[in-house]
Design a binder for this molecule. Structure first.
Ligand SMILES: NC(=O)c1ccc[n+]([C@@H]2O[C@H](COP(=O)([O-])OP(=O)(O)OC[C@H]3O[C@@H](n4cnc5c(N)ncnc54)[C@H](O)[C@@H]3O)[C@@H](O)[C@H]2O)c1
Length: 366
């Protein structure tokens, strides 16, 4: 029986480094090759990490590769994913799944027709922090979740990214960029969203790149950069989500859930680690919960891909699933559409909560 699957990485940019660094930590993954439209980018990563650099076409045709890891920018997630599925490969992609639900449905159809898997980042919800929060809810530690807040508010990625244009074009913006972390964490804890309203604004019409070869270059903003949604989960919980590239500083925690018995502070869903704290009422102190498994002490980006590879070998569902990524995309699209039209929208999609991770996993095992 096979013990590992071959991985081919497409898109050797900023985020590829952590994937290439982490892949050898998981027995189930074998990184075979990488490719990029810029061949030098692939060559540099291949040399550093001891793998082969190839053209995209050669990578898709390589029989040693079972799963294509798609780390291209959002506009390329579906075209590259379709090419990989058509070549008979499973696909795991960075978030967001697609620019919109209509585009994502093409992936759904072809994956189903070919019996291939599609997985999608984020995988931070598989980390120790978010699994601890999930277990606390499942164990009834805060009672029935009535409501909550989620805040992702920053000044903008042009402060550190050398080519930040895509964050301000279709497929970008604070909600499509960072919303997947927050919404996936919320769906992991609370299940699917039922009804959605949103409002949005654009604080600045241009942005200026702060660092790198293009420092000082100004570029236009084409999408809303402050987006607020009110989400009614099917469970009944009412959660306010605000994502923004227009906020210089703030004092909110990333996620708070207000249960019938207690309040829970949930760590940053863009991280695998962090404290989960519970407080029963104003007279009590906060209690920091013990973490329930091992992947809560650092950056384990690639965990979702490793879980998908193991799931393929074990013939079980993978956790960072197409259904959940599609639902998260549907919720984000609905917030943005509601903001444009003023209507309240019922989600078109739904998904099951992914299975909780096993407690006491050994490092590198799933
Ligand atoms: N930068 C981060 O910290 C970060 C964190 C989490 C997730 N992500 C996500 O990862 C994805 C990539 O982000 P990034 O910051 O690495 O971007 P990037 O621009 O640094 O890298 C993207 C790479 O993909 C290549 N590429 C684009 N289209 C291609 C195609 N059709 N075929 C082959 N190669 C192609 C580009 O040449 C580039 O090297 C995005 O979806 C982003 O949302 C980024």
């Amino acid at each position: 029986m096979r013990k590992h699957l071959g991985i081919g990485l497409i898109g050797c940019g900023h985020i590829s480094e952590i994937y290439l660094t982490n892949t050898p930590r998981f027995d189930v993954l074998r990184m075979v090759a990488c490719a990029d439209v810029v061949p030098e980018a692939a060559k540099a990563k291949a040399e550093k990490h001891g793998i082969e650099a190839m053209s995209v076409e050669a990578l898709l045709a390589d029989e040693r590769i079972d799963i294509v890891l798609n780390l291209t920018t959002p506009q390329h997630h579906v075209p590259v994913g379709m090419a990989a599925l058509n070549a008979g490969k499973h696909v795991y992609a960075e978030k967001p799944l697609a620019l919109d639900v209509a585009e994502a449905l093409a992936l759904v159809d072809i994956a189903a027709a070919k019996g291939l898997r599609v997985g999608s980042a984020p995988d931070t919800f598989l980390g120790g922090a978010h699994q601890t929060a999930r277990a606390a809810i499942d164990d009834g530690r805060i009672g029935h979740v009535l409501s909550g807040t989620a805040y992702m508010m920053v000044p903008g990625h042009e402060r550190w990214h050398h080519n930040p244009d895509f964050y301000y074009q279709a497929g970008g913006g604070p909600l499509l960029d960072m919303g997947p972390y927050y919404l996936t964490a919320l769906v992991n804890m609370l299940g699917p969203v039922g009804r959605i309203t949103g409002m949005s604004s654009t604080g600045f019409v241009t942005r200026t790149i702060a660092s790198g070869p293009r420092a000082g270059e100004e570029f236009p903003v084409e999408v809303p950069t402050h987006v607020t949604g009110i989400l009614q989960f099917v469970s009944g919980a009412l959660v306010t989500l605000t994502t923004s590239f227009d906020v210089k500083a703030h004092g909110h925690t990333p996620i708070e859930l207000y249960g019938s018995e207690a309040t829970m502070e949930v760590a940053d869903p863009n991280q695998f680690q962090g404290d989960i704290r519970i407080k029963a009422n104003r007279d009590h102190d906060w209690t920091v919960l013990d973490q329930v498994h091992n992947y809560g002490d650092g950056n384990y980006r690639v965990l979702g891909l490793a879980d998908m590879a193991q799931a393929i070998l074990d013939d079980r569902p993978h956790r960072a699933s197409l259904d959940m990524a599609l639902h998260v995309l549907d919720v984000m699209e609905s917030i943005l559409r509601s903001a444009e039209t003023g209507e309240r929208i019922t989600a078109k999609t739904t998904c099951a909560r992914p299975d909780a991770m096993d407690a006491n996993l050994a490092p590198g095992q799933l």
